[in-house]
Design a protein around this ligand. Structure first.
Ligand code: ADP
Ligand code: ZN
Length: 351
């Protein structure tokens, strides 16, 4: 098990990563007034484990899935916290994937202006990405993560034990963010390429999770609240990926991020930002995770719709984080017309 400190200004967090990390909850929570939030799927799978670990602490079980990441569920959690008479010394434990982490983290930040939070991420995506860095949120009026806060958990417990029950779709989803991290860190990229035939082995995922957490901790320390632009690099592949996710919505977030990176690597090559050799290396790795990239019908419309979402209103250009060299990236600004035209050609199978 590895210990990774995230030295953020607001409040430092400690991440335990590897076998036995979840058991750390015993020491951390001893003698504390604990409140657990989880979702119905995780509860079904880990009810007994949670009973052993958290004793008779109240467990608030919310319905699973992003469509429940809304104010109704948030306020249901806050109501239960009030019913349980939590106080400023209480600890909220978020046991689940990114949805539970986001929503329970926000509840912890709001209740009495903030109580202690411990994240126990149970999906690969949450372990390598969303549980570290303190982003919490709910969706509102169709806009993703529009109501939220930066609120660092005191501890994050990333335990590979939880990955054994994850369906393949969820593993591919997490691998999406892992490959993205590889494109931002040459050592992680080397490791992914060397192990490209065992990307789906749980032992490999366990090993690379700690690398990804360390990388993310470094970025978050330099730009906790997304103010100076450093944290932006984490959005590689996300502009296009997000457009596809919104419009087509069948695959997981991480898979769309990979497809987004695939298309954007072609844009990077065309714009002279990165060499063909490197772009091809990245695309080969992406295909190891998701196989052949399909053609997308109406992809130009998908891109346009996403760019005119409520957060982007009024902007005429698109900012992309493009791969440049192994582990290096460059921000490129393209006009919407230029971007949509290229995405149409690349993703619509015009070529
Ligand atoms: P993500 O972490 O990908 O953002 P969610 O929080 O929605 O997304 O989790 C994805 C799905 O996986 C949900 O249906 C959730 O209940 C389920 N899930 C979470 N953790 C596990 C686990 N360890 N084993 C099996 N299913 C899980
Ligand atoms: Zn993402």
């Amino acid at each position: 098990m590895q210990t990774i400190e995230v030295k953020t200004k607001s409040r430092p967090s400690t991440v335990y990563c590897g076998k036995g990390a979840a058991e750390k909850a015993r020491d951390i929570l001893r003698g504390k007034d604990v409140f657990v939030v989880t979702d119905a799927n995780v509860f079904r799978l880990y009810e007994k484990w949670a009973g052993d670990m958290f004793g008779d602490a109240p467990i608030c079980v919310v319905p699973a899935g992003e469509r429940h990441k809304n104010r109704g569920t948030l306020f249901a959690i806050l109501d239960k916290m009030l019913d349980a008479r939590l106080n400023r010394g209480s600890v909220l434990v978020a046991l689940g994937g990114g949805v539970v982490g986001d929503m329970a983290g926000l509840a912890a930040s709001l209740y009495m202006r903030g109580i202690h939070a411990v994240q126990v991420p149970t999906t690969l995506l949450a372990q390598v990405d969303s549980s570290v860095g303190g982003k919490t949120a709910i969706d509102h009026r169709g806009v993703k993560n529009v109501i939220g806060a930066f609120y660092q958990p005191e501890y994050v417990l990333c335990d590979p034990m939880f990955l054994h029950t994850l369906p393949p779709r969820e593993l591919r989803c997490g691998l999406g963010e892992i490959v993205k991290t590889g494109a931002l860190d040459a050592d992680i990229l080397d490791k992914l390429e060397k192990n490209s035939d065992r990307l789906f082995d749980l032992s490999f995922m366990e090993d690379v999770t700690a690398d990804c957490v360390r990388f993310k901790a470094g970025v978050v320390e330099k730009d906790e609240c997304e103010r100076n632009g450093l944290r932006k690099c984490l959005n590689m592949g996300h502009t296009t990926g997000h457009a596809l996710e919104l419009f087509y919505g069948r695959r997981s977030h991480g898979e769309y991020v990979l497809i987004g990176m695939y298309f954007e690597s072609i844009i990077a090559e065309r714009k002279g930002v990165c060499s063909r050799v490197y772009a091809e290396q990245l695309r080969a790795l992406i295909q190891k995770v998701i196989g052949r990239i399909p053609k997308f019908r109406n992809i130009g419309e998908a891109a346009r719709v996403a760019l005119f979402d409520k957060k982007n209103e009024g902007k005429n250009e698109v900012s992309l984080i493009l791969p440049k060299t192994r582990g290096g990236f460059a921000e490129a600004k393209l006009s919407i017309g230029d971007y949509v035209g290229m995405i149409e050609e690349i993703g619509g199978g015009v070529l």
